[in-house]
Design a binder for this molecule. Structure first.
Ligand SMILES: Cc1cc2nc3c(=O)[nH]c(=O)nc-3n(C[C@H](O)[C@H](O)[C@H](O)COP(=O)(O)OP(=O)(O)OC[C@H]3O[C@@H](n4cnc5c(N)ncnc54)[C@H](O)[C@@H]3O)c2cc1C
Length: 373
């Protein structure tokens, strides 16, 4: 890749300092020079190595979208609303306990538990909220562990740090839950496995979460600490439109904030993200708008299809077709994210032919520019 000569210095100068870091964690967990500390990526010492994997795998450095798309789907990146997919439907976990613990239908937790119990993966890497509600990565070995991490924590956290750590001394089969930017970093590792340690072919299941934006933990909790006893928070939720609220549940109460207020604390880098539905995952999961307790599910790859079929066969998932109006609205929202991000990128670069990190074909660029409002 053209970028391989760049390394940690360029990563800090071009991504971290200008506020473009997504906190995906792709650059930490293996490198001795970079660490995740106090909610930020910090440089401990200047690295002299020329490999530049930290720079190469970052989702905000040059990304050849066609190459990562070809590698997974055998198709180029076309900036379609939802990316390449095989099927789309709604589902929920058949198990009531899973549904009760989960954010919506518990599809993610049900699939991870099944993959573990069937031996398709040895470990599932997912997020768990601490007492201070900061998400950290955990390694789940069974269904109970999976349920301990269920629910959505809308704060960005370095999910790939744990994968990098694990890869140092093991080749176990992994399932992982990732937001869209994290899926892109993983896809870059998959397309360019620079060394054995970055060979992510042992990641057998990548479940992507739909994501409009993620919050900066530090900034959001500075705001929240004055309003809520953080130790009492049990759950966050962003109910689907037209609610326009951010809900915080304690054991006794629901405290709601206008979504516009909370949006102020989102990661600034999210403005430049085109991907709402985790287009590079095996399976992508989000809320089923207006259908309480259900998820929208997009199968993208063959192995994604196989595990969904297994889940249905084993009675682990209830599945139904997606109502046309939901599909239309999902496509509209996903394209809106693409067009908004394209506008923000052009505002930043002041050049229509410079789309920052996005390496895309002339045709695809033309399509994105034509969609802009
Ligand atoms: C930052 C963020 C933004 C989101 N934005 C949208 C959106 O705009 N529209 C939409 O439809 N859905 C969005 N979602 C996804 C949605 O909230 C649910 O996670 C998804 O529908 C799966 O539901 P479920 O019932 O299957 O979840 P569960 O079975 O409860 O599983 C959820 C899984 O997500 C993992 N997880 C929680 N927080 C994080 C995190 N920060 N990063 C990575 N993994 C995490 C948990 O460990 C758990 O394994 C967002 C999620 C996150 C984390």
């Amino acid at each position: 890749m053209v970028t391989a000569v760049k390394g940690v210095k360029e990563l800090i100068d071009e991504v971290v300092k200008p506020g473009l870091c997504t906190l995906c964690g792709a650059c930490v967990g293996d490198c001795p020079y970079l660490v995740f500390y106090n909610g930020k990526i910090k440089l401990l010492d200047l690295c002299t190595r020329a490999e530049g994997h930290c720079y190469e795998y970052c989702p905000r450095t040059y990304t050849n979208m066609d190459a990562i798309s070809q590698n997974i789907f055998n198709k180029t990146y076309d900036a379609s609303e939802l990316g390449h997919y095989i099927d789309i439907f709604i589902s929920r976990a058949s198990d009531v306990k899973t549904r009760n613990k989960a954010q919506y239908g518990g599809t993610v937790s049900a699939l991870l538990s099944l993959a573990l119990s069937e031996g398709l993966i040895d470990k599932a890497l997912l997020a768990k909220s601490g007492k201070d509600r900061r998400p950290t990565g955990i390694e789940a070995l069974n269904g109970e562990d999976v349920l301990s991490g269920s629910g959505s924590n809308y704060m960005a956290y370095p999910a790939l740090q744990r994968l990098n750590r694990l890869q140092r001394d093991s080749r176990e089969n992994i399932g992982i839950v990732l937001t869209p930017c994290q899926c892109i970093a993983l896809s870059k590792m998959l397309a360019y496995p620079a060394t054995q340690r970055f060979d992510t072919s042992n990641v057998k299941l990548a479940i992507g979460l739909f994501c409009t934006w993620a919050l900066s933990y530090d900034r959001f909790f500075e705001f929240l600490n004055e309003k809520v006893n953080v130790a009492k928070i049990k759950k966050f939720d962003i109910p689907p439109p037209p609610a326009n609220r951010f809900d915080i549940y304690t054991r006794a109460d629901r405290i709601s904030f206008p979504l516009d207020t909370v949006r102020e604390y989102r990661m600034s880098t999210c403005s430049y993200c085109l991907d709402m539905t985790a287009e590079f995952a095996d399976i992508s999961v989000g809320a089923a708008e207006g259908i309480e307790g259900w998820n929208t599910v997009i199968i993208r790859t063959q192995r994604g299809s196989e595990i969904i079929n297994l889940a249905r066969h084993k009675g682990k998932l209830d599945v139904d077709s997606i109502p046309q109006q939901n599909l239309d609205h999902l496509k509209e929202s996903a394209m809106l994210k693409k067009t908004r991000a394209t506008n923000e990128i052009i505002k930043r670069t002041s050049a229509k032919n410079d789309l920052m990190y996005l390496g895309i074909s002339e045709n695809t660029r033309g399509k994105l520019l034509a969609e802009r409002r």
